[in-house]
Design a protein around this ligand. Structure first.
Ligand code: PHE
Length: 339
């Protein structure tokens, strides 16, 4: 029996030494120490021994069990340490490797310039207004002094949804909505999308962006209009920009004007960019028509105001010398990455 015990001890030690993972170690534990294990099998024969031999063998058996348990624990520790080491090795970050650069997104040129325009007007004390792109005929035309049979309706090729509902052709309806909901003094700009049924080409798109402006207070004059818009042009294009106002006509302003900036490419000489004019149109503007004020419940005897509207795409095209408006909507990264 003694030799059997010694053999079991040696065999268990050898088997454990060769065990490659914790599962194998556990199987060996069952094989040697389990209820049906080899050591247990021997202990069951203890009854056959003499009274003198029994305690001696008992002690030896206990020593063998303790030894096997110790071998198991040691092998478990070794395997756990090896696994940890392998994991650490696999997860090591080599700080000397060149990093991979994540692709950075950037703002669309329309967004960049719009942010600048907003910044300029917010700095002058304006607030932001907004209105729906699907608009009522009343706000887009009627309230702006453009009745149903007015010829100005022909110049804005309107997408109608029904007789009274349309896609707004300008941001001017926001003037009306803002005056309905706010009492003067009013200083508001409202950027947004507008729609016209135009065929797509280098300078036309059925969807584009305008920025509307409205100022209403007691004693507002054409001088305020000129001063505000000149200051805006200087902030946007630089201190030495030259601007001029030309008479124009809009049904909702009287008098009306268009503001031009001197061409930055040729400084008034006339070139391809300004189509030989020397000047580039920047925006439409005028004193708010008394009828428009009346339509919004503002007394034109007490209050006066000015309004302006500009096309964002045009301003951005002039800023960056872009000659085709379609580039803004094609999402070609070769184009967008230049800004
Ligand atoms: N809504 C006009 C347009 O689309 C621009 C404008 C706005 C003119 C405000 C005068 C005052 O052409």
């Amino acid at each position: 029996m003694k030799t059997q015990l010694e053999q079991i001890k040696a065999a268990a030690a050898a088997a454990l030494h060769g065990a490659q993972d914790l599962k194998q170690v556990d199987a060996l534990r069952v094989q040697y120490l389990g209820k049906k294990g080899e050591l247990t099998g021997i202990l069951k024969q203890m009854g056959k021994l003499s009274a003198e031999e029994r305690p001696v063998m008992g002690q030896l058996a206990n020593e063998v069990r303790a030894q096997i348990e110790a071998d198991i624990a040691r092998r478990q520790n070794e395997l756990a340490a090896a696994a940890m080491e392998a994991q650490l090795k696999a997860e090591t970050i080599d700080v000397t490797m060149p990093g991979s650069k994540p692709a950075m997104g950037k703002a669309h040129p329309l967004t960049t310039v719009l942010d600048e325009v907003k910044e300029i007007f917010l700095g002058m004390g304006f607030e932001l207004g907004a209105g729906p792109e699907v608009e009522l005929d009343y706000y887009n035309f009627e309230a702006l002094n453009i009745p149903k049979d007015h010829p100005a309706r022909d110049t804005q090729d309107t997408f109608y949804i029904s007789d009274n509902v349309l896609l707004r052709t300008q941001t001017s309806p926001v003037q009306i909505r803002f005056m309905e909901n706010n009492k003067p003094p009013i200083r508001m700009i409202s950027p947004g999308r507008v729609y016209r049924s135009d065929a797509v080409d280098a300078t036309h798109s059925p969807l584009f962006h305008q920025i509307e402006g409205l100022v209403v207070d007691k004693g507002v004059t054409m001088a305020d209009l000129k001063g505000t818009l000149e200051l805006f042009a200087k902030r946007l294009y630089g201190e030495d920009v030259q601007v001029r106002f030309r008479p124009h006509h809009f049904p909702f302003t009287e008098p009306s004007a268009e503001m031009d900036a001197m061409c930055f490419a040729c400084h008034g000489e006339g070139c391809r960019l300004c189509k030989g004019e020397g000047w580039i149109e920047i925006l439409g503007a005028g004193m708010v028509h008394p009828k428009v004020l009346q339509n919004c419940g503002v007394d034109p005897e007490v209050y006066s105001g000015f309004a302006f509207g500009m096309g964002l795409e045009r301003i951005v095209m002039r800023r960056y010398n872009i000659d085709d408006l379609r580039l803004f909507y094609e999402n070609d990264l070769r184009f967008l990455n230049q800004f």
